[in-house]
Design a protein around this ligand. Structure first.
Ligand code: FE
Length: 232
């Protein structure tokens, strides 16, 4: 804890030992004299830093492993899935491939399914509405949607998605026609689902970027509709 290492990234609290020389983005050394007097490390940050140093010292962790893992997590965001959905809306050939060869298409698009899980893509239509749950725990396509929201992991959602899916959807603002068939699909550690929501009307000729803005996270879980143009 008393060394002069620049820990950077996740552990960078802004604190530097007095007189510590470190480098800016251009590699020029500069100092932050006496910074520790203004910004001390909190107990938790100190503990985390000490643990990290110990694990690196013991060879359990590589020097940059935590940072790399966090970097990888930060790349898992709902806009990944939204891009795939928007491309599928805009390009029937892409949609066909995404539905027929989902995992390959996801990987070709630059996304890596977590734990090498299989991927199934389901399309919502006027006739069928798919809604995803993990009844056992919280399995979720994080590579495409980011970390799952708390409600997805809750016991309430995991049970009610099965017993009263229409009610759950209506709580998310989605009222289905009575004739629409509801299919609740159960993900697990080896299988993740991505839902293509119905494309909003009035979006003919829109670019993939414009369309992607309408693809909200909940619509790709199947509990909500895509965002209507002109609303947020
Ligand atoms: Fe799970």
């Amino acid at each position: 804890m008393s060394d002069n290492k620049d820990h950077g990234g996740f552990f960078d609290t802004g604190w530097r030992p007095s007189g510590d020389v470190h480098r800016d983005e251009d590699g020029r050394p500069h100092e932050h004299p006496g910074l520790q007097e203004d910004v001390g490390l909190g107990v938790r940050a100190s503990r985390a830093l000490a643990m990290h140093e110990l694990l690196v010292e013991k060879g359990v962790l590589g020097e940059n492993e935590v940072e790399e893992a966090i970097e990888a997590w930060s790349e898992r965001v709902p806009s990944n899935g939204a891009t795939l959905v928007a491309k599928a809306w805009a390009d029937p050939e892409f949609k066909k491939r995404l539905l027929e060869h989902p995992k390959e298409t996801v990987i070709e698009s630059g996304f890596v399914p977590e734990h090498n899980a299989d991927v199934i893509v389901l399309e919502n239509t006027e006739d069928v509405q798919h809604m995803v749950v993990c009844t056992l725990c919280s399995c979720y396509p994080t590579a495409l949607l980011g970390p799952p929201p708390d409600w997805y992991k809750s016991f309430s959602y995991r049970s009610r998605a099965v017993t009263e899916p229409r009610k759950v959807m209506s709580e998310f603002g989605l009222e289905l026609e009575e004739e629409t068939e509801v299919r609740v699909v159960d993900s697990n550690s080896e299988l993740r689902f991505l839902v293509i929501p119905r494309r909003p009307e009035g979006t003919e000729g829109w670019s993939v970027e414009q369309l992607a803005d309408l693809v909200n996270r909940n619509s790709m879980i199947g509990v909500a509709a895509a965002t209507e143009p002109g609303t947020d």
